[in-house]
Design a protein around this ligand. Structure first.
Ligand code: 5GP
Ligand code: MN
Length: 317
């Protein structure tokens, strides 16, 4: 697909990523925004509609242009959804549904394509790598490079996870040649945590439980605890990574309460457990090693229900 050709002549273009946007979703939306703004003639309207991202992503140019409420809009000529299918864009789905042309770019194995034009690359570690391939390299600049780089480091855990491929590093190598301060970007957008984020992480770890002979670790943060720390969902990112690192754990589970008897669930696994085979039973999706879903019921019921599908893969009773 040639993204500039597909957008040529369009007067109104919209871009969205998934709800609770992570670094890859924000980097993908803003890199596309910056690239299209720079390359399309005639100065078309380009809107990025996303739930409010975590504040550290203001390192990306265009962050302050993100529209976080979803007002009524005239129909778009082209609507582009990245890093998910249209049904995970929250209130932006209405724009997509009314758009004259729709494009979906993703790397989630559970996304089979939800647009008129679909670019699905499940072997890609991040959607920013897929988008990199769509860009004319002569037209990338330092701001676009930084946006793509942030997406790549977030979805590959700074090139640590098994979704990192030789081509991931080749692309990242080219991107850092634009000269932005990448050590600062890695530290400030990926590793650095506020004091409250660190405290709530500590709390989740102290209260974590291991089961299935130490092969699973689970922790939960309820509404009351979030209120106590004045924390929101953006403050909980990264907790799952600590659970995943516990020696012997093949499947880490983290959940936080989003409403009465409603939990957002994250899974991280070793090669012994395919996380998508667990969460797709509950309407979720993602990748083999990292996936998520929303579950209804008590914390204990949810753990029991997940356990059935995890135990089946681990050969546990
Ligand atoms: P996280 O645990 O960090 O929220 O998500 C891990 C991976 O699974 C990400 O790639 C994310 O996009 C995907 N994911 C998380 N929750 C859901 C969900 O409810 N539905 C789908 N389709 N994917 C999800
Ligand atoms: Mn992604």
């Amino acid at each position: 697909m040639n993204i500039l050709e597909e957008c040529s002549g369009a007067k109104r273009i919209g871009i969205s990523g998934h709800v609770r946007p992570d670094g890859d979703a924000v980097g993908a939306c803003l890199s596309l925004y910056l690239y299209l703004k720079k390359c399309l003639p005639g100065d078309p309207y380009i809107g990025v509609y996303l739930e409010e991202p975590a504040p550290q992503f203001n390192a990306i140019k265009g962050f302050d242009r993100i529209i976080t409420d979803f007002p009524e809009e005239d129909p778009f000529d082209v609507y582009i959804v990245v890093d998910c299918s249209k049904d995970r864009t929250g209130d932006a789905e209405k724009y997509f549904d009314k758009a004259k042309k729709t494009i979906n770019i993703d790397h989630h194995i559970t996304n089979t394509g939800s647009a008129m034009i679909n670019v699905m690359e499940p072997q890609s570690g991040s959607v920013c790598e897929v988008i990199y391939d769509l860009f004319d390299k002569d037209k990338i600049d330092a701001d676009i490079a930084k946006a793509l780089y942030i997406g790549i480091i977030h979805d590959t855990g700074v090139f640590q996870y098994s979704n990192t491929r030789p081509s991931t590093l080749t692309k990242a190598a080219h991107l850092i040649s634009y000269g932005f301060d990448f050590p600062k970007i890695i530290e400030e957008t990926f590793y650095q945590k506020t004091y409250v984020q660190s405290q709530i992480t500590g709390r989740a770890l102290v209260e974590s439980i291991r089961f299935m002979n130490g092969k699973c670790a689970v922790s939960v943060i309820d509404r009351k605890t979030m209120d106590f720390y004045d924390a929101d969902n953006k403050d909980l990112e990264g907790i799952i990574n600590h659970l995943r690192r516990i020696k012997g754990v093949e499947c880490a589970i983290f959940m936080y309460e989003t409403g009465p008897l409603e939990y957002k669930v994250s899974l991280r696994t070793t090669e012994k457990v395919d996380a998508t085979k667990v969460v797709t039973n509950f309407g979720g999706g993602g990748h083999a090693r990292a996936a998520g879903c929303t579950m209804h019921g008590t914390f204990h019921d949810n753990v029991n229900n997940l356990s059935k599908y995890i135990a089946a893969q681990l050969g546990e009773e």
